[in-house]
Design a protein around this ligand. Structure first.
Ligand SMILES: [Zn+2]
Length: 169
């Protein structure tokens, strides 16, 4: 559950992690602009959009530590994210939409999945950093970024999920 000690090179600190369900991966939170999660031979480099919004104004060490926990949170909460995606696919309203409607619903499912997973990951990061999380944001308030993330993601995830699950009246 705990990340192993960092095996780092000077500019690319990669950390080996093992999730609670046994998935081994490497996470590189290289800098504020580029993150990498590697599972086996599959690399998923991505721009840390969420971390840029949420970590604005935090000192580098807080930013990188919380960003690492967020990335690890994606792996730790993967089963929950997959369960949410399965719920959308199995219980969602997919019939009778036509091609355009189905494509729109697929887009909505993708947004629902992504935004929900961001919420799961950041919740994991906050829970795992514990009082440190509150301390960091109390010392360096980022109300706009936090409101944008928690408010925006919650609204998007809820609206898209409910829309897909709603029965046609
Ligand atoms: Zn994320």
């Amino acid at each position: 559950m705990k990340p192993a000690s960092p095996k780092s090179t000077a500019d690319r600190p990669a950390r080996s992690v093992c999730t609670w369900y046994g998935l081994r991966a490497e996470i590189e939170v290289e800098n504020e602009f580029w993150h990498l999660v590697r599972v086996g031979r599959v690399s998923l480099p991505h721009p840390p959009v969420v971390n840029l919004i949420l970590r604005r104004g935090l000192p580098p060490e807080d930013r990188l530590r919380l960003s690492f926990l967020h990335e690890f949170g994606h792996l730790q909460t993967l089963p929950v994210a997959l369960a949410h995606a399965a719920l959308l696919l199995l219980a969602g309203r997919w019939r009778g939409r036509g091609i355009r409607g189905t494509l729109a619903a697929l887009g909505m499912a993708l947004v629902a999945h992504e935004t929900a997973w961001e919420l799961f990951s950041e919740t994991y990061a906050a829970a795992s950093a514990g009082p440190d999380y509150r301390r960091a944001y109390r010392a360096h308030p980022n109300r706009a970024g936090q409101a944008l993330f928690w408010g925006g993601m919650t609204a998007l995830a809820t609206l898209t999920t409910l829309n897909l699950l709603r029965r046609r009246s």
